[in-house]
Design a protein around this ligand. Structure first.
Ligand SMILES: [Zn+2]
Length: 164
């Protein structure tokens, strides 16, 4: 690999930030992170999947099976929506970086917030009805969709501080 190939592009760098944000998620099965970035490559917001404020992980379920009230789906806020809602600035004209292609609910929020570009890695639900609905809306709204050619893998380690 040449020196130049070793340097991360902006898209790869911000995908790395999305992955780092995902490490905050307490979901034992699917950790998703998102980063929203403006046209000048400034980070506007980040988010990860989790329960709403005040809804404790001790009380609300992370399971994927069982009745509606016993599984996570009715309660969890996706990374993309959290990143949009967390932003202190308007996200109009921004790019959102997300490890997994946005679901139909997040697609609605992305479109309505004015985000005009989505960079993603995995599209593992391609062909599922909610994925088709998501793409149908995003394409109709003119949101640019970019799947990264290379996936980004972070290696993050916590090492006890030798000074303490
Ligand atoms: Zn979603």
């Amino acid at each position: 690999m040449t020196k130049k190939e070793n340097i991360l592009s902006w898209d790869e760098y911000f995908m790395g930030l999305a992955h780092l944000s995902a490490l905050r998620s307490k979901d034992p099965n699917t950790k998703v992170g998102a980063a929203i970035v403006d046209d000048n490559h400034r980070v506007v917001s980040v988010g990860y999947n989790g329960f709403p404020k005040g809804c404790s992980d001790e009380v609300f379920p992370w399971g994927r099976d069982g009745d509606t009230l016993d599984s996570k789906y009715a309660f969890v806020v996706h990374a993309e929506l959290n990143a949009i809602l967390n932003s202190k600035w308007p996200v109009v004209g921004c790019t959102i970086y997300v490890s997994l292609f946005p679901c139909n609910e997040c697609a609605k929020a992305i479109i309505q917030s004015g985000i005009h570009r989505i960079v993603y890695e995995s599209d593992k639900y391609n062909g599922v009805d909610t994925n088709i609905a998501s793409k149908r809306m995003l394409k109709a709204a003119g949101v640019e969709l970019v799947q990264l050619k290379d996936t980004i893998h972070l290696s993050v380690e916590k090492i006890p501080n030798p000074e303490l």
